[in-house]
Design a protein around this ligand. Structure first.
Ligand code: BGP
Length: 458
């Protein structure tokens, strides 16, 4: 069967500043954490040693062109542009991002620019990070500076990438700095991130900038173990906490009532101020980026909650290991292709079918060198992964979902936070010793698919 996609479908990939650029002037939370605890990073490789895009941007963009990308997402590093987060703009950073944007446009690749991808300037974290409303104001200023500097050429802006992840990593589950475990502080960080998002949207609209603004959310469908009401309730609460805590504010301009009532009943609501609701209502987006990697399977708890234990989301559900599930063993994530379709149908039916696109989907695999044939990584597993997801995306579009594109994570193998270079995701192999780039078989497949605006598959 031939799967063809709508005209002007966005084919491309996503990356982020911190994971690709390499050494920078402004310190981030990652630099600080790495300097204190290098053992928390795979093989002790830190955030200063990422894929050298800062040096190789021109030839890397030529590779994007070779992969037939018509669009590409990366982020601006707040700490590179404004090293202390709030003061002077760094002119070298302006030159760098101008060159990248101009070269993308010269190659016919539409730049999608994101403003925050987990990379808090350390000076901002030192005054409390997202727990402090002064950081919300500093972020809004930074966003406005970006719109003014680059908005004449950038038409697709994103305020945040996966804003729930710094909440989970930094304030619940200890996989991002500042490694706090405290639900109320987590809720405050999430709430202030929504305010920061809305401030940026408001600044964008006030400046009458051309183009559109959105956000990138990792939507992780919550599947209950069974249709038993206890399992359904567990899945509903997981969905409220991990998906709807951002999805509802950015698409509906308000929080789900159930979520507010739940947190209120456990005395976990963050502090609100007059004017917050009006601000959140102004944060409605034009375009939603969807990152999809894995589903979340849950069941009701097997045991009663220990009332002495700290309040955590897991008071309401246990994770469920579905028998027979298909796994990516390297990342420990389930692969469930229909999830992409379920996300799109949910958006169509419950969120007025917003303009959206898949902004990340991907498969990290360890030790890909073992698949080298004639000097090239033959990653057929990645081609299968992409095409099976694209089939479900295609079905969603054929049923009326407003999905405009598909971006893969990622372009060149890059640095994956605490996993560093353990799992590789790229269309292009990176030799860490020589920094040489070699296109994988999946890169060739994707280039052909983008060129044909479709592919053949059983
Ligand atoms: C997403 C992030 C990316 C990227 C990807 C792969 O959540 O937006 O930054 O890293 O996941 O995950 P990981 O790098 O943790 O394997």
């Amino acid at each position: 069967m031939y799967y063809s996609f709508p005209d002007n479908f966005w084919w491309g990939s996503a990356s982020s500043a911190l994971q690709t650029e390499g050494a920078r002037e402004g310190e981030t939370t990652w630099d600080r954490w790495f300097s204190r605890e290098p053992n928390r990073f795979h093989n002790g490789v830190g955030p200063q040693q990422t894929s050298t895009f800062y040096e190789h941007w021109k030839t890397d963009i030529a590779l994007l062109k070779q992969l037939n990308h018509n669009s590409f997402r990366t982020s601006i590093s707040w700490a590179r542009l404004i090293p202390d987060g709030i003061g002077e703009v760094n002119p070298q950073a302006v030159t760098f991002y101008n060159q990248v944007i101009d070269e993308l446009l010269a190659q016919g690749i539409t730049p999608f620019i994101n403003l925050f991808h987990f990379d808090m300037p350390m000076a901002m974290q030192e005054i409390g990070g997202w727990e402090n409303r002064e950081v919300v104001a500093a972020y809004a200023r930074y966003a406005q500076i970006c719109f003014e500097l680059f908005g004449d050429r950038v038409n697709h802006w994103f305020t945040f990438n996966e804003p729930i992840v710094p909440v989970e990593g930094g304030y619940l589950y200890d996989f991002h700095y500042p490694n706090v475990v405290d639900f109320r502080r987590a809720a405050t960080v999430a709430y202030h991130t929504v305010l920061a998002h809305a401030e940026a949207v408001r600044a964008f609209r006030a400046g009458n900038h051309a183009g559109e603004i959105g956000i990138v959310l990792n939507l992780t469908p919550s599947y209950p173990r069974s249709q038993n009401p206890a399992d359904l309730k567990a899945a509903h609460i997981a969905d409220l906490m991990f998906n709807r805590s951002f999805l509802d504010p950015v698409l509906k301009g308000e929080y789900p009532e159930d979520l507010v009532a739940l947190l209120k009943s456990y005395d976990q609501l963050p502090a609100c101020q007059p004017g917050d609701s009006e601000l959140i209502a102004q944060g409605k987006i034009d375009l939603l980026g969807i990152n999809y990697y894995q589903p979340r399977r849950v069941k009701c708890r097997d045991s009663a909650v220990n009332p002495e234990a700290p309040f955590m989301p897991e008071w309401f559900f246990d994770s469920y290991e579905m028998p027979g599930r298909k796994m990516n063993p390297y990342r420990g994530w389930e692969i469930y292709e229909p999830g992409i379709y379920d996300i799109l149908i949910n958006l169509r039916d419950n969120y007025a079918n917003p303009r959206c696109f898949i902004s990340e989907n991907g498969m990290g695999v360890e030790n890909e060198q073992r698949f080298i044939e004639n000097g090239q990584i033959n990653d057929q597993y990645r081609i299968d992964f992409i095409s099976e997801h694209l089939k479900w995306l295609h079905k969603g579009i054929s049923e009326g979902c407003h999905c405009l594109g598909y971006h893969m994570w990622t372009f060149i193998d890059n640095w994956s936070w605490c996993n560093a270079y353990k799992n590789r995701y790229g269309f292009v192999q990176l030799d860490l010793a020589t920094q040489q780039r070699t296109i994988k078989k999946s890169g060739e497949w994707f280039a052909a698919t983008a060129q044909n605006n479709g592919f053949t598959r059983e």
